[in-house]
Design a protein around this ligand. Structure first.
Ligand code: ATP
Length: 352
């Protein structure tokens, strides 16, 4: 029997509430099936720790994390810490340090959920986000700080290796799906260096996948395709910044940010991968008990799939869909249910 070591990092805000719900559901699933085990270790890495001790990740923390099979992450962000400090203090060191270069973001309208789009049911996308470089490479600096002549640079970095591996990952994913269709999102009309390399390498990799149909869209144009012709998209590959924005739009079009999951994958499996809901700390609802845990449950499905526990993943996905279909919805989906009630409903189906 496989026993998986999972690092739970709830982080900040509603991350604490939804990860607690996710751990409860995963433990119930493992106990019921009896075919695999999950050992959770909890890490208090968040903004409270940063404000108390000056660090999000303690000395040697990343090294300790390496021995885990997967990381189950909530959210990071606090009203008391600048966003760039919290993001670069916790989430990005894990993504970059563990070379989790493929960020996978499925979007679909779950049963019982209403999309703001009339054609919402046509949404069945997977957005593949380059997760290690591009616009979020961290390259740049500030000169003459505080003076009128102050200058700041934010350098987008595109490496041939980085671009090729994400395109190849996206082609493999597109090939595994019935539509076998991959859309390249670009902005190479205006950005004539990195984005041109991005397009050129895509065309090279495409030679190895003659069975995958490809289309190319500028990032501004693809937003209208998403809204007006959702059926024209299947797998989408985009840069770190572009996919960050497009996947929030995809989540909203699927009904709510509260249902959207994501996986930060290290496909070579040299390091653990990290699974998290797309949403952030959501200060407006923190502590009110109404955070939608569905994004975290779907994230748990992705984690189980990555661990190879596909039957358990399918069972959890069915339970999630049965609960959304039943109309038991948190306020973000127009309902009145609490985090506890939605969690209990999923637990009841698992334990049945
Ligand atoms: P970040 O910048 O880290 O993405 P943020 O606080 O700017 O975080 P989010 O937390 O992602 O933004 O969410 C924006 C809003 O969407 C929240 O303020 C909240 O109202 C709503 N929201 C997000 N996640 C959920 C959820 N799980 N359940 C209910 N509402 C949610």
């Amino acid at each position: 029997m496989s026993n998986y070591k999972i690092a739970a990092i709830p982080g900040d805000g509603i991350g604490v509430e939804v990860i607690a719900a996710g751990v409860e559901v995963l433990k119930a699933l493992a106990a019921k099936r009896g075919t695999f085990g999950l050992d959770f270790e909890h890490f208090d890495w968040g903004s409270e720790r940063y404000l108390r001790e000056g660090q999000y990740i303690p000395e040697g923390g990343l090294e300790a994390l390496k021995s885990f099979d997967a990381i189950f992450f909530g959210a990071v962000g606090s009203l008391e810490v600048a966003d760039h400090v919290s993001l670069w203090g916790l989430r990005l060191p894990i993504c970059q340090g563990f070379d989790q270069y493929a960020n996978v973001r499925p979007a679909r309208v779950l049963p019982g959920v209403t999309s703001p789009l009339a054609k919402g049911k046509a949404i069945d996308w997977v957005i593949v986000r380059e997760n290690s470089e591009g616009e979020y490479s961290g390259s740049g600096g500030r000169v003459h700080q505080g003076l009128p002549i102050e200058v700041a640079t934010e350098v987008s970095t595109f490496t041939r290796v980085g671009v090729e591996r994400i395109h190849r990952f996206a082609f493999e994913l597109a090939r595994s799906r019935p539509a076998k269709h991959l859309t390249l999102v670009t902005k190479s009309n205006a950005q004539r260096h990195g984005m041109v390399l991005w397009d050129e390498v895509f065309a090279e990799v495409a030679q190895d996948y003659p069975d995958v149909r490809t289309t190319r869209e500028l990032v501004d144009a693809v937003t209208t395709t998403m809204v007006l012709k959702p059926e024209q998209l299947d797998v989408v590959v985009a840069t770190n910044l572009h996919a960050d924005i497009l996947s929030d739009l995809a989540a909203a079009l699927s009904g709510s940010l509260g249902i959207a999951p994501t996986a930060n994958l290290n496909p070579s499996r040299d390091f653990p991968s990290m699974f998290e809901p797309i949403h952030g700390s959501a200060f407006d609802i923190t502590g009110k008990g109404v955070a939608n845990p569905i994004a975290t449950f779907w994230t748990a499905v992705m984690m189980l799939e990555h661990l190879g526990e596909t039957a358990a993943a399918a069972e959890l996905m069915s339970a999630i869909e049965a609960v959304t279909e039943s109309g038991l919805h948190t306020p973000d989906l127009g309902g009145k249910a609490t985090t506890r009630e939605v969690t209990d409903a999923v637990l009841a189906l698992i334990r049945r």
